[in-house]
Design a protein around this ligand. Sequence first.
Ligand code: ZN
Length: 212
Amino acid sequence: MGCGSDYLSLHQQICSRCTHLLPETGFFRQPNNPVEKAFFGRIRVENAAALYYFTKQSLIQELMVQLKYHQNKHAGLFLGRMMGYALRSEPRIADVDLLLQLPLNPKKQFKRGYNQAEVICEGISDVWPKPMNSKAIQREKFTDSQTTQSRLSRWTNMEGVFKVMHPDQLINKHVLLVDDVITTGATLEACGQTLMPIPDCRLSIAASAYTL
Ligand SMILES: [Zn+2]
């Protein structure tokens, strides 16, 4: 992907020049960054950030399409590793105890064969060795496409969608909830809300990309 260079090692998706040209946000080292601000007044987060700006007809979009619609897990592992490099050098987020992928709708996951956020988590833990917990939260019921709905109806729609299966595993933990793209943050917010009643459980949020 990217410039189409042939100078790639096995499973490498993108040459190093194209990798350096990806539009990094710098949000991981920036308190009160736009992603964090998007959650203000909605849910308490320790840190929130996205690694890249999501723009249309870009390499980021191509990576997301590969990951979500073309069964290309290597695209997700690449995105995860890039996020891992950003995370491991950031003192603000060093005390994270575990990685939790945003659970996917079970029907979608069955169709795709995997949860793209879980693949990103695998990439993160390749370079930043934090345990993953893919079973802690379950997504319960089917929700329709939410693109045309307002934030309020979207929230109502999300109620009861997520359920903590093993709260005991999350007590006194700093959880990093991971997704591919942050748009409104409504789904991450709904998922994060289910962690709030767990004693001393703290929440941070990380995504590969962010749409303005
Ligand atoms: Zn290139």
